[in-house]
Design a protein around this ligand. Structure first.
Ligand code: AMP
Length: 268
């Protein structure tokens, strides 16, 4: 039977990931108590569309008991609620382009001030432009929010062809949020969820033309963000072309290393 958790390796859609992980048969993710001793601080998960940022962010949420802040999820939530912001974002998102920096920055600014961020948080899909990175750096410096640790960035790396298959093959159960991939991890019956027999859906931006546009946007606007954090020396790469658990182990090792290297409370 297809494992929804394994399927998550091929997805970057955070909606419902928590439920999916809870429903998973992989006890290593769902039963281990969160590590509340280690202080993760602000962590940026960077990488192209489909590298698995959302899946990995959810595992870090479980591991460290800190929130995931996904700008893609926040925007999709606005679309689902039919807010003014959602109406503005919808057409842009379905074309594969980026939503205005101003809109996304304000969303993140509000979210960072909620009271669950004091031990750290995982930013998933933000910053995606150099302007967003500057805004984040300036915001953290001026707000002086706990845990008062510098931002560290971890970039997940996966080859282009693999990403194309992950994205265009992704199918989601609208009810239980399980994620499949028609190439790597298909459901038992084509187009039908193994767990609740609902018809699987495809995200509007998971088509090949939109993927190509998203990759172009990534190369033009987000690759410089990765270069920015690499140059600051608060940066590690993780090979994303491995099992979900192996990628997660690599990310945790990178995070420990970065927190040992970066002087505490310095240079936000
Ligand atoms: P994601 O779920 O992270 O792949 O994001 C889906 C879409 O939401 C992207 O293709 C963008 O259109 C939009 N989006 C998400 N995060 C950002 C961001 N930080 N800046 C601008 N647009 C974003």
């Amino acid at each position: 039977m297809a494992s929804p958790l394994r399927a998550a390796a091929f997805a970057d859609d955070a909606a419902g990931r928590q439920d999916k992980l809870k429903n998973s048969d992989s006890a290593s993710h769902s039963t281990a108590p969160a590590d509340t001793f280690f202080l993760p601080g602000p962590v940026l998960l960077l990488g192209a569309p489909g590298v698995g940022k959302g899946t990995q962010a959810q595992l870090l949420v479980t591991r460290y008991g800190i929130p995931q802040i996904s700008t893609g999820d926040l925007l999709r939530g606005n679309i689902a609620r039919g807010t003014e912001l959602g109406l503005k974002a919808k057409a842009i998102m379905s074309s594969g382009r980026l939503v205005d920096d101003g809109i996304v920055n304000q969303m993140v600014l509000h979210r960072l001030q909620e009271n669950d961020t004091h031990r750290g948080y995982i930013l998933d899909g933000y910053p995606r432009t150099l302007d967003q990175a500057s805004f984040l750096d300036a915001t953290l410096a001026s707000l002086d929010l706990p845990p008062r640790l510098p931002v560290v960035a971890i970039s997940i790396v996966v080859a282009y062809d693999q990403l194309l298959q992950r994205i265009t093959g992704r199918r989601i159960c609208p009810t239980c949020k399980s994620i499949y991939n028609i190439h790597f991890n298909p459901p038992q019956v084509e187009g039908v969820c193994d767990l609740d027999a609902c018809a699987l859906t495809q995200r509007a931006d998971d088509t090949e033309p939109v993927f190509i546009e998203r990759m172009r946007t990534f190369e033009e606007q987000t690759a410089p963000v990765i270069a920015h954090y690499r140059a600051l020396g608060r940066f590690e790469e993780a090979d994303g072309d491995q099992s979900v658990d192996a990628v997660n182990a690599a990310i945790q090792t990178a995070l420990l290393l970065l927190r040992q290297q970066v002087p505490q409370a310095a240079g936000r």
